[in-house]
Every structure is written in C-alpha cells, then in structure tokens.
Design a protein around this ligand. Structure first.
Ligand SMILES: Cc1cc2nc3c(=O)[nH]c(=O)nc-3n(C[C@H](O)[C@H](O)[C@H](O)COP(=O)(O)O)c2cc1C
Length: 175
C-alpha cells in the first residue's frame, strides 16, 4: 500500500474516486427557471425525520439557486441514464441542459426527471459552508419511486457496467 504524505487536490480527487457512489441529478428552481446538475455527494442523514444531505460546489450555478429557493429534488439515475449524467455535468445555460428531457412537476414546480430509480424532494433546513462547497441538509417531503430499475454507479472517475442482475463490472483503474 502506498502513502501520500501531503494530499494535493488531484491526489485527493483520485483517492475519493475509489469510493463507489450512485449518481443523481439535483434540480432546483429560480422562479420559472429550472436548474440542474449531476451530483454524487448525496447521503441519507436521519430516518425520523427523513433527512438527506447534498454537497454543492461554489462554482456551480445551481448552488445559489438551492440556497435562495430553499428547495431541491434528488433524481437518482438508472443504469441507462448515463447520457443525462454527462449532460447535467456540463456548464452552460440551464435551458440547454433541460432541452428534450422528459420530466414532470413535483411540489412547488420542481423538475422531476422521468425514468429514474427514485426522486426525493426536500426543503433545506440547514446550509453549512465547508471549504469550496456548501452542505445542504433537507427534510424530505415527497418521494417518487419507479419500479425496480438498477442504479447508475460511478467509481474511479468512470461508470460501472452492468454484468448480470446482481453484479457490476467495475471499470479498470486508469493508468
Ligand atoms: C459523476 C459526477 C458527480 C458529480 N458530483 C458533484 C457533486 O456532488 N457536487 C457538485 O457540486 N458537483 C458535482 N459534479 C459536477 C457538476 O455536475 C458540474 O460542475 C456542473 O456543471 C454544475 O452545473 P451548474 O453550474 O449548471 O450548476 C459531478 C459531476 C459528475 C460527472
């Protein structure tokens, strides 16, 4: 096992990339304008009340929208929604990200993407700035679960491939 003495940002990113996660698109709304970004920093915090946390970078346009509106939805992507993950990870006008994307409306008009594994809508109860990110804690007030779709998995900076009903084929480590 090799050690890194001083953790530079690139090594830290690579290291954290070894922690497999699901992939979601977080949506929020500024008046009538939808915003959305790909997020894997998402976790469950409490069961009663049902509470979740997302971590959003300060460079993302969506971060201020979540802060101002106090509401967001976490759309958990399915294995065949890799293109949506890539689309919502690009910077650019939000209208372009949402163009042609199938969606319906949740509470207070939030964009709920079609064909996902599940969607959780939440109202922000706490926002804590840590370094270059803000942690948004939210209490879940609506969920939308669609069948038994397999989730998209991200590890080592790549998407894992499905390999049979219960197995994932992990990407090969980058050289
Ligand atoms: C798999 C994946 C996971 C990501 N997770 C996060 C995350 O948890 N938090 C975050 O702020 N950005 C994350 N990003 C980067 C944002 O999606 C990206 O910066 C996006 O362009 C921001 O969009 P916006 O500026 O329109 O809000 C992730 C990107 C990818 C590809």
């Amino acid at each position: 096992m090799s050690e890194i003495a001083a953790v530079d940002p690139a090594s830290f990113r690579r290291l954290m990339g070894r922690w497999p996660t699901g992939v979601s698109v977080v949506t929020s709304r500024d008046g009538e304008r939808d915003f959305g970004l790909t997020v894997n920093a998402f976790l469950s915090v409490s069961v009663a009340p049902p509470t979740i946390l997302i971590s959003l970078g300060h460079e993302a346009d969506s971060t201020e929208v979540v802060r101002r509106s106090g509401r967001f939805a976490v759309n958990v992507l399915s294995q065949d929604q890799r293109a949506l993950s890539e689309r919502f990870a690009r910077t650019g006008p939000p209208e372009e990200k949402f163009r042609g994307v199938g969606l319906h409306r949740g509470l207070s008009g939030l964009a709920i993407l079609d064909g996902t594994v599940a969607t959780l809508e939440a109202g922000v109860t706490k926002a804590v700035t840590v370094g270059d990110h803000t942690l948004f804690v939210g209490v879940v007030d609506r969920v939308d679960v669609s069948g038994e779709l397999a989730p998209l998995v991200f590890v080592r900076g790549q998407y894992a491939e499905p390999a049979g009903p219960d197995l994932l084929r992990l990407p090969k480590p980058k050289p």
